[in-house]
Design a protein around this ligand. Structure first.
Ligand SMILES: Nc1nc2c(ncn2[C@@H]2O[C@H](COP(=O)(O)OP(=O)(O)O)[C@@H](O)[C@H]2O)c(=O)[nH]1
Ligand SMILES: [Mg+2]
Length: 635
């Protein structure tokens, strides 16, 4: 479940310690045995029963010699913790520093420091000094506060304590995450007689199983998993955080190599352009100038590249900044992958960082605030999460340009993220370009319902709430409110009356018995003479001022001028006829209206003056002509 890598200066005893801990000699090459020096990665494993089922730990032993530091980089990508080895007799040395810097840049989260060769007769004061040195060196790195365990690989002293310290450190680590994106950077490829091609690596991001179709990229080679092993044990499937040896059918040994990624078909396309949040090491010899040739390492892969400094002309040692790196050969990188950046000759590790965009669409123009803002936003998370945060955090519908502004993402990215969220159902499109988080919409609907219920409770005579009042209660802008209201109506949460009042479905004006009886009498009077109906004053006398106001507000009755009241039906009939009369004759007049509806001058005049007041018609001589003609205002 966990993989540990060694690190430290050459000859400080890494390989000997791995052998002492695991019983496996990590120096497997003839040349390594001949030179008594690790040249390439070595692999072993270790049982830590204290960790229960997670207790089988993969161990990757790396070369400490500066000439082979690039081999070291190929091995430490996916490790959970580092076994940092420092010989007590020598203390902190150049590669101690460089390896520690690499561990930090890769974001390796934890580790244990083994102070080896303590069997040598050493001055205790000297050991104290080495420990002091280490404390200083690791300050601000993942190894700050890491346990320092004195050991001797030769005598075995301190090894139980070292195992216990490793178990402690790993126990605090969350298990590797399964994101359904299995990725294995190939660190070894070989063939086994009778089996064929085998690749090994540290599996991250997902699960592999026998029979699965996989892809090796770059190269887009399709293959099938014929067999799987971890620590030389045959398994049917393997989860993330494990060392894996994968026997592949469908590819030849000469097609596979270190630096390829084994993953699912069509999951990851090699990229030649990456945006990187970069940390320039304080030890770097000089500022990193724009367009510097660099060597980029990620996973077990590497490529030459050109570092574009996106802010300013150069980045001083110790500074952080944004780089866009153009890679000479495409690498199958993902967002969040770590990179190490080196100068090619003389070889020097100058920094590294995190990929915030593995496939930017173009070369960014330098010194642009909007480019920097976008990268800053991407560094904070996945665009989809940022969009979700913006929407859900506000409890209001938003339009894409508002979302772009808030997230500092570009319009294209916002659109793509919204599309993904819509598909997942976490965001809902309200129409007219308004989008809302599903959770916000549910909250808004609940709030609206509660408000309306309370309103109906207290204002039983009123038909409904004015839209502005509800808008204020929900604290929404005009546009956002209309979008929400449209949804609430469509979903049947609320009803809007002809004159715009909003009420809950099933709500009816609450009239007392006496009021109800009076209203029935008034309705009968209106029905008997729809075009010469009772006057406003008569109405008040019959049903009371409260009720008549409520009926007018509810749109049952239309007040035309100060005195004249029609039922909605009669009012509409008159308006429609006037509209037609003007359309056919070019004008209308009081006498015609009066005659058509067999009413009196008083009523006809009231309607025409009402239309004049609304600016729909205007007076001309003894007739009325069209003014604005905006008939919908009469509704
Ligand atoms: N005295 C002593 N020598 C050690 C110890 N561990 C390693 N050595 C010696 O130090 C040399 C380098 O060891 P090696 O494991 O190859 O170092 P590496 O380059 O860090 O892997 C070898 O000669 C080892 O025998 C130890 O604990 N005590
Ligand atoms: Mg070694």
């Amino acid at each position: 479940m966990y993989v540990v890598g060694t690190a430290g200066h050459v000859d400080h005893g890494k390989s000997t310690l791995v052998r002492a801990l695991t019983g496996i000699d990590p120096d497997r090459l003839k040349e390594e045995k001949a030179r008594e020096m690790t040249i390439d990665l070595g692999f072993a494993w270790l049982a830590l029963p204290e960790l229960g089922t997670a207790g089988e730990i993969g161990v990757i032993d790396v070369p400490g010699h500066r000439d082979f530091i690039e081999n070291m980089l190929a091995g430490v990508g996916g490790i959970d913790a580092v076994l940092f080895v420092v010989a007590a007799d020598e203390g902190v040395m150049p590669q101690t520093r460089e390896h520690l810097a690499i561990i930090s840049l890769l974001g390796i989260p934890a580790g244990v420091i083994a102070l080896t060769k303590t069997d040598l007769a050493l001055d205790p004061d000297w050991i104290g000094l080495v420990q002091l040195d280490l404390g200083e060196l690791t300050r601000g790195t993942p190894l700050e506060n890491a346990p320092i365990v004195p050991v001797s690989a030769r005598t075995g002293k301190g090894l139980p304590e070292l195992r216990a310290a490793l178990a402690d450190v790993l126990r605090g680590r969350p298990p590797a995450r399964d994101e359904g994106r299995p990725r294995l950077w190939v660190d070894r490829a070989f063939s086994v007689a009778g089996f064929g091609t085998v690749v090994t690596g540290t599996l991250i991001g997902g699960t592999l199983y026998v029979g699965q179709e996989v892809e090796l990229t770059p190269g887009s080679l399709r293959a099938r998993i014929r067999g799987l092993q971890s620590h030389q044990k045959t398994v049917e499937s393997l989860g993330p955080g494990n060392r894996a040896a994968v026997n592949l059918s469908g590819v030849n040994r000469d097609q596979v190599r270190r630096g390829q990624l084994l993953t699912l078909p069509d999951l990851i396309t090699p990229t030649i352009l990456i945006d990187v949040q970069f940390r320039h090491l304080p030890e770097a010899a000089r500022p990193l100038r724009h367009n510097t040739e660099v060597k980029v390492f990620s996973g077990s892969a590497e490529s030459m590249g050109r570092a574009r400094v996106l802010e300013g002309d150069s980045l001083p040692p110790g500074a952080e900044g944004w780089l866009q790196i153009e890679l000479r050969s495409g690498l199958p990188l993902s967002k969040g992958d770590r990179v190490i950046v080196r100068l090619p000759s003389p070889g020097e590790t100058i920094g590294g960082g995190v990929i915030v965009d593995p496939a930017p669409k173009r070369l960014w123009r330098r010194g642009r605030p909007e480019v920097i803002a976008r990268l800053t936003a991407l560094a904070r998370g996945e665009p989809r999460d940022l969009v979700m945060q913006a929407l859900a955090g506000q409890n209001t519908p938003m339009q894409p340009d508002q979302i772009a502004k808030r997230t500092e993402l570009d319009a294209e990215t916002v659109q793509a993220s919204l599309a993904a969220c819509l598909e997942a159902g976490s965001v809902i499109a309200l129409g007219e370009g308004w989008f809302v988080a599903q959770s916000s919409l549910a909250a808004l609907a609940e709030q609206a319902t509660k408000r309306l219920a309370a309103f109906h409770q207290h204002e039983g005579l009123r038909a409904g709430m004015r839209p502005e009042t509800l808008r204020g209660a929900l604290a929404l802008s005009d546009g956002a409110f209309n979008a929400v209201l449209g949804y609430l109506r469509q979903a049947g949460h609320v009803v809007q009356t002809a004159n715009g009042l909003i009420h809950l479905p099933g709500h009816q004006m609450r009239l007392s018995r006496a009021q109800q009886a009076a209203w029935s009498r008034l309705q009968a009077a209106f029905a008997a003479a729809p075009y010469t109906p009772p006057s406003y004053k008569d109405c008040v006398e019959m049903v009371g001022e409260d009720v008549i106001a409520a009926l007018i507000e509810a749109g049952e009755l239309r007040l035309v001028g100060a005195e004249v009241v029609f039922t909605l039906k009669a009012y509409r009939a008159i308006i429609d006829w006037i509209r037609e009369d003007i359309a056919t004759r070019g004008k209308t007049d009081v006498g015609s209206v009066r005659d058509r509806f067999q009413t009196s001058r008083k009523y006809a005049l009231a309607v025409l003056e009402h239309l004049n007041a609304l600016g729909i018609t205007k007076r001309a001589g003894d007739g009325h002509l069209l003014a604005s003609g905006a008939w919908e205002k009469a509704e």
